[in-house]
Ligand binder design. Structure first.
Ligand SMILES: Nc1ncnc2c1ncn2[C@@H]1O[C@H](COP(=O)(O)OP(=O)(O)OP(=O)(O)O)[C@@H](O)[C@H]1O
Length: 591
């Protein structure tokens, strides 16, 4: 059952806590060296920039009254030099940090992809693909700046503040205290905003995820949409999702804007206070014009890092909503994985035993119950039965795409839950109902299961499954580029290609789930010859609704009522005159 749909907000399973931040540090730590260099450059550039007000103070209070032209030129040149040097240093730093940001994104993204590759079918059964995609693409982009520049800037701005405070206090202690007076008010406002702001950004992440999920679903289902002329209705749904996103974004931005607004106003108030206190309360005896000018320059410089810090804080709060989702995905348990002491499954002969197997997709709802059968190496088995009876489930369990709920499945006597997935699956050839075609050439697609196969081997496999003829009819033959999902190919052609792909992998156990359902009867007859060849010496499980395809199998298992209702060869089952017989005669009459 889908855990959430495009119109249901995802519930956060593990809200952000300090552990998440520590995990983020793992990625940041890898970039320690460039970050330290960038940090050093920034400190240097900030230090140089900070000397400017001191120069101005000196010029106003000493150089100008002394009418020393030579000194004036010197100090002007020094001011210019400070600007040029700090700009150069800042540029180098920003280049380094762009790289660091991208490296962090790269690491998180590749870890996410690696984990997604390992997550079991169940994970994908449970959620819309769009909600998975957005985490790898958009969310990771959104956190890069905070994890790279954010950290450095945070430390720098704090240092900046300390430096400014030192310079400020060196010039005038009382006026410095006036400047610091605005801080408690600012902190109180920030604390008040924090929770609301965080929730607002979580809502943004949810609404963008919903919109993305629906977009992805709509693109995948565009053909059905157009067949049923559902365009207007879908547009309505999308508009609503986009409007929800807009609303969430506006609300989050409202809180974001409140922060600089507060800082700006406080800075203006402080500035007014300096002039008031400096000129009116203390009088010119205590504060010279140069001091007041230098202090007002420090005041605006002092509030600048605070404004910057609050912007960093804003983006941090914003990123937390994304980091939570990213780490939630990375923490998603790989429920189907190698057990601690998993052993390599040796080269198998192909015996498959179901020992009292029970299985449920959703807890408590058994699809199969106490299933027992024993297949000898090389036997060909047909799984037939009504829709939804559990045929695909049986073959999915053999490849351990899901863990059994009870009992055990043995291959050559080895419990498949105790062997490595790689050693198990690499000895199986599985052709699923959905013969997926990847973007690339037809050659690449056939080679997917055996990357080192020669061109001759690929062609031999294609010939065996009668795919060679139609492939050669394309202008570029085996080098014809096909799109993702194979939209350039007919359904039957797709099946033939994935047939060749499976054959090429030369598995001991072969699973064909409705593998020939879209192939016309003539090609299927031709294919049957190749297929018979292919099946020789291999254990095979063939699921087919068209019973003519499977009647030559060694044994037919009729799956129904959560188990095997009938079992035997075609002739035996016909003689039994049970459910298989009924199904077979019904199909014969239709034909
Ligand atoms: N991912 C899933 N999550 C929950 N239930 C599922 C899932 N996949 C299948 N089912 C349920 O398990 C039962 C068996 O499904 P299965 O696909 O094995 O049937 P089948 O015999 O192969 O059907 P068909 O002939 O239509 O392909 C069905 O009732 C189905 O609704």
């Amino acid at each position: 059952m889908a855990r959430n749909k495009f119109d249901i907000d995802e519930e956060l399973e593990s809200p952000f806590d300090i552990r998440h931040f520590r995990r983020a540090l793992v990625y940041i730590r890898k970039q320690k060296t460039p970050m330290l260099v960038a940090f050093a450059l920034s400190t240097l550039s900030a230090g140089i920039a900070l000397s400017a007000p001191l120069i101005i103070q000196h010029v106003i209070d000493v150089t100008i009254p002394a009418k020393d032209k030579g000194a004036l030129v010197f100090w002007s040149a020094m001011t210019l030099a400070t600007i040029v040097v700090s700009v150069i240093l800042a540029t180098i730093r920003s280049r380094i940090m762009t790289r660091v940001g991208q490296d962090i994104i790269f690491d998180i993204r590749t870890d996410l992809f690696k984990h997604l590759q390992e997550l079991p079918f169940q994970y994908y059964d449970d959620r819309p693909q769009g909600k998975i995609l957005i985490r790898v693409v958009n969310y990771v982009n959104a956190v890069s700046d905070v994890l790279s520049n954010g950290i450095i800037n945070f430390i720098l701005e704090i240092l900046n503040l300390v430096f400014i405070a030192i310079f400020m206090f060196a010039v005038d202690v009382k006026l410095s205290l006036v400047i610091l007076g605005g801080l408690p008010i600012f902190l109180a406002i920030m604390l008040l905003l924090k929770t609301k702001q965080r929730r607002a950004w979580q809502a943004v992440s949810n609404k963008s995820s919903n919109m993305n999920a629906y977009l992805q679903e709509s693109i995948s289902g565009i053909r059905v949409t157009q067949i049923f002329t559902r365009e207007d209705r879908n547009e309505g749904i999308f508009t609503k999702l986009a409007a929800n996103y807009r609303k969430a974004w506006m609300r989050a931005m409202y809180f974001n804007h409140l922060v600089p607004f507060t800082v700006d106003n406080l800075a203006t108030l402080v500035m007014t206070a300096i002039f008031f206190v400096g000129l009116v309360a203390f009088g010119p005896a205590e504060a010279t014009f140069g001091v007041i000018l230098a202090m007002s320059a420090y005041a605006s410089r002092f509030w600048q890092p605070i404004l910057n810090l609050s912007n960093i804080y804003n983006s941090f709060i914003n990123s937390v909503a994304y980091l939570e989702r990213i780490f939630e995905t990375l923490d998603e348990p790989v429920t189907v994985s190698d057990v601690k002491d998993a052993v390599q499954l040796p080269a198998i002969r192909g015996r498959v035993t179901f020992d009292n197997v029970t299985f449920a997709y959703d807890p408590g709802v058994n699809v199969l119950e106490n299933l027992n059968f024993d297949i000898k190496p090389g036997e060909s088995i047909a799984l037939v039965g009504p829709t939804g009876a559990g045929k695909t489930t049986v073959v999915n369990l053999i490849s351990r795409f899901y863990n059994v709920t009870g009992g055990a499945i043995l291959v050559d006597g080895h419990d498949i839950s105790q062997v490595t997935l790689k050693s198990l699956r690499s000895q199986m050839g599985i052709m699923l109902q959905d013969s997926f075609i990847f973007s690339g050439t037809i050659l690449d697609n056939i080679r997917y299961g055996k990357l080192d196969a020669t061109e001759e081997e690929v062609i031999a496999a294609a010939k065996a499954v009668c795919a060679d003829d139609f492939i050669r009819e394309f202008e570029r033959g085996y080098l014809t580029e096909v799109n993702e999902r194979g939209s350039k190919l007919s359904q039957g052609q797709r099946q033939l290609i994935s047939f060749a792909r499976t054959l090429l992998a030369d598995p001991r156990i072969l699973i064909l789930d409705e593998a020939t359902s879209s192939i016309d009867a003539r090609t299927e007859r031709l294919l049957q010859k190749g297929l018979n060849e292919l099946l020789k010496g291999r254990t095979s499980f063939i699921i087919a609704h068209r019973l003519s395809t499977v009647k030559n199998c060694d044994r037919i298992l009729y799956v129904a009522d959560k188990g095997i209702a009938e079992s035997g060869s075609h002739d035996e089952l016909i003689a039994q005159r049970g459910r298989y017989y009924k199904l077979y005669t019904a199909q014969k009459m239709e034909a």
